[in-house]
Structures are given as structure tokens and as C-alpha cells.
Design a protein around this ligand. Sequence first.
Ligand code: SAM
Length: 357
Amino acid sequence: MNARSPLMDSHGRVMRDLRVSVTDRCNFRCLYCLPETEEAARFYRTQFTPAAEEAAPRFHREPAWKPRSEILSFDEIERIVRLAVGLGIEKIRITGGEPLLRRGLEELVTRLARLEGIRDLAMTTNGFHFGDRAEGLRKAGLQRVSFSMDSLDRENFRRMTGRDGLAEVMASIDAARRFGFSPVKVNAVIIRGLNDQEIPALARFARERRLALRFIEFMPLDSGRAWQRELVVSGREILSSLQAEFELIPITAGQHPSETARRWSFAQGEGEIGIIAPVTQPFCGHCNRLRVTADGKIRTCLFSVVEHDLKSWIRGGAGDDELADGLRRVVLGKELGHRIGQADFAQPERTMSCIGG
Ligand code: SAM
């Protein structure tokens, strides 16, 4: 194996996409992610069953954030990304927690944007602090941004995120367009009884603003561990609710098999919609993604139950060749697919906000 041979797993999948979490902290308390609020407890209790009852005490616990010393420094992140790009990674997505809570993020973006070989440098954010930072991030070299926005109704937005922040997120979406981020994507996690009635309005919003709106199935990665199959609105249901109102045209051109979303354009108007259905229509067969958590663990799947401690290799003095060999070894063991719905499914210990979505 030569020094630059790509990261290939034992199922023949070559890794091209690395998601880098820069912090485990978040300023939102989304019901489906870090639901430490009264509202979350009430919602789950009124919706469902013993699992939610059992989970209720967990809704009132502030997450235990990692101390600064355990979080990868910018030097460490830059080194990991440079190494990964040398091994065939082409797409980098900065995420969290909420990435904009990481002080000096613009500096990290500047450093990553300078690395040769990155075809796509993107970020996922809840958008609350993005408006003021859009210009600086664009200048630093960030190319694309995806916002998480699950509701267009102020009260429902507050219920879902635990924050009264819809106006700020809307302003951020406008700022992203003004400063030339392209395409601007908006992700909405759809949960039965919470925002499924907003599916058509969210699509209308995408058409009016000429955005890419992604509807995402609710996955069992919430810190309250109150996920239940009944709360998942399937991709098929989402599609039929959209088709009741819009004439949609499947987008196939340029669609890469590793893409997570099935996409449609509107017969009338601009913008597009996508559906990401990891629970009911898994797309693991073409998965080419790896994740690095804020505290320096490599994960080969969102649902991995094992992590690999890259940070301790780095802090232990490993050279680049050693790290590259370590990464290759880890990737060889990448899971064939997640096991949601199987009898042996186990929710990973760490939750979405700690893993980095
Ligand atoms: N704070 C940033 C944000 O809000 O986009 C980045 C991190 S967040 C964990 C990344 C993405 O994960 C968001 O789009 C969020 O909606 C999604 N997410 C979190 N928990 C989820 C769950 N249980 N099921 C599906 N998507 C989830």
C-alpha cells in the first residue's frame, strides 16, 4: 500500500467526505437532539409511552461539556484535515455542537481553505449567530452553508429548539445569500405531531427563496433517548404530502450515489427539495463519510458503537505515516450499515450534538 493510497473500507467504499466537529457545545436545545427542557419532557410524555417516561429525568440535565483541554486545537484539526485530504478526502464539513460557538472559527476556515485538494468546504449551523459572521466566513474561504431550521412558525420554532430564534435564523439565511454562499441549504428534521403539518409551508419557503430544503427523518440519536419509531415521519409520507400540493420533478443529473438526499425541483418556480430518509430507506451502501468528534475521536458511522482515539495518537507523538496507517486501519472496519430497526440495534452512547451531524 503506498503512502497516498486512499481510505478504502472492507466493502470497497472509498472515503471522500470528512465531517469535523469543532465543539460539543450548543446554544439550542432541539427536542430531537439535546432536549434538556421542560418543553421536551412535556412533549414526549404527552405523545408517548413508558420509554418517554423513563427518559424524562434526562431532559433536565445540562450536558456535561468537554473541558477545553480535551477539544482538538486548530493545529490538530488542520493536521488531521491535511492528512485526510492526502488520503483522498475531498469534502470537509465543519459542524458541532454549534460550530459558531467555537472562538476564532474564521481562522480555522482560513487555514483549511488554503489546503490543496479540498473541493468542497462547507459548514452546518443552527444559524443563530451566522448573520454577523457571514461576511468574515465567506472571506475566510467557506464555500457552502447548511442551516438547520425546522419550523417557520415562531412559537413552534421555540418549542422545537428551546430558543426564540426564528428571526435570527431567517436573517442569517438572507445574509448567506447576500454574501454569495451557494447553494444555501436548509435542513428540517420532521417529527410527527410537532412540525409535520409544516412540510408544505417549508417547501413553499424553499421555492420562494430559491433554496435547497432538505427534509430529514428523525434518527435515534437524541440525548433524551426518547426516540420512537412512531415519531418518525417517513420519507415516503413526506413525499406524498409534498406531491399533494406541488408538481415535483426528480433531479437525477449530477446525483452521486453517495448523496444522502433524493432531490426534486418544482415544475413551477425555482428552489429544490430533498428527502433524507436514513431510517426507512438507508443509503449506507454508498456511504463515503467519516467523522471526527470535537474531542478527537474518529467515527466510521453515525451509529458506530466504537470510536477510535485519534487525539491520543496525535498527542502521543505519532508521525504522519503512523496516523495515516491508523486511519486506514480504522476505515477498514467501517460498518456495512446502521442497524436501526434490527433486533440488535443499540443507540450509540454519544448523541448527535457530540458526534457532529
Ligand atoms: N448546530 C448545528 C446545526 O444545528 O446544524 C450543527 C450540528 S447539528 C447536530 C447537525 C444536524 O443534525 C442538524 O441539521 C440537526 O437537525 C441534525 N440532527 C440532530 N439530531 C438529529 C436526530 N435525532 N435526527 C435527525 N437529525 C438530527
